[in-house]
Design a protein around this ligand. Structure first.
Ligand code: FE2
Ligand code: FE2
Length: 322
C-alpha cells in the first residue's frame, strides 16, 4: 500500500487513509498500518474465536467412545479434529497481529480469556451430537460466512476454508437429528430433549443484543463485523425453523411465529441473565472445561520442550555451518 505520501507522525491522516481503504472494500494485511484499537479488537475477537474452536472439542470428544456405529464414530472424530485445525488456523492468524500464541493459551488456561458460552453446557445424550452439529455449527456458519468478508485479510481467508468444513459438521449433525426423528419414540424423545436444552444457548452464541454490545459500533465501522449480532441471530432463526419443521421437531419457544410482512420468524425473549452468568464463569461446565484444557496443556509440556530443544539444536548447527 501507498503510505509514503502520508507523514508518519500524522496519526489522524493515517487513520483517514486506513478508513478510506476499508470503505473502498480493500482488505487490511499484516504489514499495513492499522490503528492500535483495530489491532486490539482483532486480537480479542480472533483469540476468543480460536479458544472456542479448541474448547468446543471437549463436549463432543466426550461422545467419541460411545458413538453408535463405526460410521458415526468416524465422522465425529473427523469433526472434532477439524475443530482443532480451526483453532490452530486462527491462532496463526492472530500471530500475524504480533501476539504470541503462548500468551493467548496462557490467558485461556488461567481463566482470563473468554470463549463461546455454548461450550459450557454439558452433553448428556447421543442426540446432543446431532443437535450440536445442527444448531451450534449451524450458528457458527452464519457467523463465519459473514466473517469471511471481514476487513482483516488473514482472518477472512481462514474463514473461507473453515466454513467449508463447518458445512460438513452441520450436515453430519442434521443427519443424526433426522435419523433420530425417524426412529423409535425413545429416540425422538431424546432428540427433543437435546433440542430443548440447546436451542436458547444456540441463540445466545451471537452475543448480546445490539443495544447491549459494547464493541459492535467500532467493529462495524471498521468492517471487522459486517452484520450486527441481532441481524445474524435473526438469519439463523430464519434458516433453522424450516429445518426443525422438516424433521418434525418442536423448538422450545411458544412465541415463535412467522411474520408475513418482514419474512422473519419472530422469537421470544432470550434469558440474558443466564448468558451473562455463563460468560462470567458460572455456567454448568465452565470449571470442568478449563480443568480439561489445563490438564491437556500440562500433559503437552514435554512436546513443547522437545520442539523448542530441537529448534535450538537446528539453529546451533545452522550457525556453525555458516
Ligand atoms: Fe470450527
Ligand atoms: Fe464445527
Amino acid at each position: 500500500m501507498e503510505q509514503s505520501t502520508i507523514a508518519p507522525q500524522d496519526e489522524s491522516a493515517l487513520v483517514a487513509a486506513f478508513e478510506a481503504r476499508i470503505a473502498a472494500g480493500e482488505s487490511i494485511e499484516p504489514k499495513d498500518w492499522m490503528p492500535e484499537r483495530y489491532r486490539k479488537q482483532l486480537v480479542r475477537m480472533m483469540s476468543q474465536h480460536a479458544h472456542s474452536e479448541v474448547v468446543g472439542m471437549l463436549p463432543e470428544g466426550n461422545w467419541i467412545t460411545r458413538a453408535p456405529s463405526l460410521r458415526r464414530k468416524m465422522s465425529l472424530i473427523a469433526k472434532v479434529q477439524d475443530e482443532a485445525g480451526h483453532g490452530l488456523y486462527i491462532y496463526c492468524g492472530t500471530e500475524t497481529l504480533g501476539v504470541d500464541r503462548q500468551e493467548l493459551i496462557e490467558q485461556l488456561v488461567d481463566g482470563r480469556a473468554k470463549y463461546s458460552s455454548i461450550f459450557n453446557y454439558p452433553t448428556l445424550s447421543w442426540a446432543d451430537m446431532g443437535v450440536i452439529g445442527w444448531l451450534v455449527d449451524g450458528a457458527a456458519i452464519v457467523n463465519q460466512t459473514i466473517l469471511a468478508k471481514t476487513s482483516y485479510g488473514p482472518y477472512a481467508r481462514a474463514m473461507v476454508r473453515i466454513c467449508k468444513e463447518e458445512n460438513f459438521h452441520k450436515r453430519q449433525g442434521y443427519e443424526i437429528c433426522a435419523t433420530l426423528a425417524r426412529g423409535t419414540p425413545a429416540q425422538r424423545e431424546m432428540l427433543q430433549d437435546a433440542v430443548n436444552r440447546f436451542w436458547w444457548p444456540a441463540l445466545m452464541m451471537f452475543g448480546p443484543s445490539d443495544t447491549d454490545s459494547p464493541n459492535s459500533a467500532e467493529l462495524l465501522k471498521w468492517r471487522v463485523k459486517r452484520k450486527t449480532n441481532d441481524e445474524l441471530r435473526q438469519r439463523f432463526v430464519n434458516l433453522t425453523v424450516p429445518q426443525a419443521i422438516a424433521i418434525g421437531i418442536t423448538l422450545p419457544d411458544p412465541d415463535l411465529a412467522f411474520n408475513e410482512a418482514t419474512g422473519n420468524w419472530e422469537f421470544g425473549e432470550i434469558d440474558w441473565t443466564e448468558f451473562f452468568q455463563v460468560i462470567g464463569g458460572e455456567g454448568p461446565c465452565n470449571r470442568e472445561r478449563l480443568a480439561a484444557r489445563r490438564e491437556a496443556h500440562d500433559e503437552g509440556a514435554w512436546v513443547r520442550e522437545a520442539a523448542a530443544a530441537h529448534a535450538a539444536k537446528q539453529q546451533r548447527s545452522g550457525t556453525q555451518a555458516a
